[in-house]
Design a protein around this ligand. Structure first.
Ligand code: NAP
Length: 270
């Protein structure tokens, strides 16, 4: 089996990456920087986002696994002191289909005033904000006007991204196997002219959301950790992607336990 490692730029993550290569070589795993079957991310959730976007063109053949070197990561099942165990699991089970979980992504087509639309699949979310002042935008659901928004912006998240920016905005935590996207407002102004639903809304796979900013606004669009500054965005077309992200689950780690570990459990609790 071919693997690649992406590590965060800190001493511990770098050292673990070196150890990983040594152990993996002894177990017959082959490093491939360009065509890995499994990509190991060593660091935090931000490191996994970078690994995901590096291998985004190869999502149909690459599976990810994460080792965290800080506090528990949502995308990282393994701790630094479990490196040897992980390599042993990888050597034994390789890319065993029964140990792969696949999660939905957010797809966005970004239409600008000129040129072809640009397409991204996001692991966590897509956001749109105005750089100065408040964003004014129409929201259309399945091609029909839903609301006219004025406020800071929008976050459109995947289920696995629902614990990230979406959660800070008061969005719901969605189980990552539910094929859906969640649209969360950032600080909407509600008055007689601008009236929005106010609550996060969750769309199923066959629905689509269009965000149409009023022309001439300086905008920041983000796709996970990627930032773009554009002043000519005409429309963001968001829906559940037809691609998924694959994670190797060499051992079970139930999602709600992950949520508890990430947000509820104190150091020293059972
Ligand atoms: P960053 O500002 O360095 O890190 C943002 C934080 O979000 C980190 O603590 C990261 O964990 C955590 N995170 C990322 N994905 C997560 C997930 N699926 N569930 C729970 N926590 C998650 O930015 P970055 O490393 O480039 O990551 C970009 C992400 O930051 C975006 O996708 C967005 O979700 C998040 N963000 C959050 C807010 C907010 O909550 N107010 C604002 C902007 C962006 P690690 O420390 O393990 O890397």
């Amino acid at each position: 089996m071919r693997y690649e490692v992406l590590s965060r730029d800190d001493a511990l993550s770098g050292e673990l990456a070196e150890r990983f290569h040594r152990l993996a070589g002894k177990r017959g795993l082959v490093r491939s920087e360009t065509e890995p079957d499994v990509v190991v991310s060593i660091g935090g959730d931000g490191t996994m986002l970078q690994a995901f976007h590096k291998f985004r063109p190869a999502l149909d053949r690459v599976a990810f696994v994460g080792i965290h070197t800080g506090r528990l990561g949502f995308f990282a099942d393994w701790q630094a002191d479990e490196l040897e165990r992980l390599v042993a699991f990888m050597a034994e089970h390789r890319r065993d289909e029964s140990r792969i979980v696949r999660y939905p992504l957010v797809r966005v087509d970004i239409h600008r005033a000129a040129g072809e639309p640009v397409r991204y699949d996001a692991l966590n979310e897509v956001t749109i904000r105005r750089r100065e002042g408040t964003l004014v935008a129409e929201v259309h659901l399945n091609g029909l006007l839903f609301e006219t928004f004025r406020g800071d912006g929008f976050c459109v998240s995947s289920p696995i991204g629902s614990t990230a920016y979406n959660k800070s905005l008061g969005g719901a935590i969605i189980h990552p196997t539910l094929e859906s996207i969640q649209i969360t407002e950032m600080a909407s102004i509600n008055n007689r002219v601008y009236r929005t639903i106010g609550s996060p809304i969750i769309l199923p796979k066959h629905h689509a959301c269009d965000i149409l900013p009023r022309p001439g606004q300086p905008l920041t669009v983000t796709v996970d950790h990627l930032h773009f500054e554009w002043d000519d965005v005409v429309r963001l077309h968001c829906r559940v992607s037809d691609k998924t992200v694959s994670f190797m689950r060499y051992r079970p780690f139930p999602f709600w336990q992950r949520v508890r570990e990430g947000f509820i459990r104190n150091e020293g609790d059972e």
